[in-house]
Design a protein around this ligand. Structure first.
Ligand SMILES: NC(=O)c1ccc[n+]([C@@H]2O[C@H](COP(=O)([O-])OP(=O)(O)OC[C@H]3O[C@@H](n4cnc5c(N)ncnc54)[C@H](O)[C@@H]3O)[C@@H](O)[C@H]2O)c1
Length: 258
């Protein structure tokens, strides 16, 4: 009775760089549940990866979108509207900061590095939600973004990305409030460390990963499939009463005092 069936739903997932991307794990879960998929990749350099990944899927769609400008986001959603009609599900799994700002002392974060990290990693959710919401009318839809516990506590090395995630989580609440009357839900998944292109750039990442496995109640790291499954829950009707929430998929690490 409560099986997850997304057939008839259209989903777009932003942030697929390669097969390790969290976005790809969520995309696979949505596709397996029956959703018609669109995968958004950042630029030409990543197009081939995305093409290969979606090749086995019938009628999957690819769309290029560098979220650095609103015009790019608007153009991507115009293409989605033209090809899919409506959009029911949006996954935002995007972050970027200069490598030199993901290590060393946070106090040395330069103004431009701060601007860039916050722009790409946090601001981008706003134009995406703005463009997606009208395509979700009249029945509504679900928007999910990816965050990390560095929004709440200090993880040395995560630096300006912690600031970006704090902003992003605040946006989740404000967007949930704005879009709730239209039955558009907005939630975040706060994932534990997962080996991806982005995470490996963070200085101290392996220390962070070991600390999670040692101290988390479940005494292990998460798998990317576990993020995919929670993504599927948040995108489906099983979470119909849930919005403005940050769900931790971290084998419980965030509840520990030491
Ligand atoms: N890997 C982890 O340990 C972990 C933990 C918690 C949260 N997260 C978050 O998950 C999300 C996905 O990261 P990931 O770990 O899968 O790494 P990833 O490198 O696979 O994904 C990051 C994506 O962001 C995209 N991106 C960067 N700048 C962009 C731009 N200007 N326009 C469009 N796309 C852009 C990249 O192309 C890439 O697809 C990020 O928000 C990250 O902070 C990751």
């Amino acid at each position: 009775m409560y099986a997850i069936d997304l057939s008839g739903k259209n989903a777009v997932v932003f942030g697929v760089a390669n097969h390790r991307s969290i976005a790809w794990a969520i995309a696979q879960a949505l596709q397996q549940a029956g959703a018609r998929m669109a995968v958004a990749y950042q630029n030409d350099r990543l197009r081939e990866n995305a093409e290969k990944l979606v090749a086995p899927w019938q009628d999957a769609m690819l769309v290029e979108c560098d979220v650095a400008t609103d015009a790019n986001v608007e153009a991507a959603f115009a293409t989605l509207k033209e090809k899919m009609g409506r959009v029911d599900i949006v996954v935002h799994s995007i972050a970027f900061a200069n490598r030199e700002d993901l290590g060393g002392r946070f106090v040395n974060t330069p103004r431009e590095g701060f601007r860039l990290a916050l722009d790409v990693s946090a601001y981008s959710l706003i134009p995406i939600a703005r463009a997606a919401a009208p395509l979700m009318a009249p029945s509504g839809g679900s928007i999910v973004t990816m965050t990390f516990q560095a929004s709440e506590r200090v993880f040395p090395g995560y630096n300006v990305m912690g600031t970006a995630k704090a902003a992003l989580e605040n946006e989740v609440r404000q967007l949930a409030s704005d879009l709730g009357p239209e039955n558009v839900r907005v939630n975040a998944i706060s994932a534990g460390p997962v080996d991806t292109l982005s995470s490996r750039v963070i200085s101290g990442y392996s220390v962070m990963k070991h600390a999670h496995a040692d101290r988390a109640p479940m005494r292990r790291n998460i798998t990317v499939e576990e993020v995919g499954k929670t993504g599927l829950y948040l995108c489906s009707d099983l979470s119909s009463g849930v919005t403005g929430e940050v769900i931790h998929v971290d084998t419980g690490y965030h509840i520990m005092g030491i």
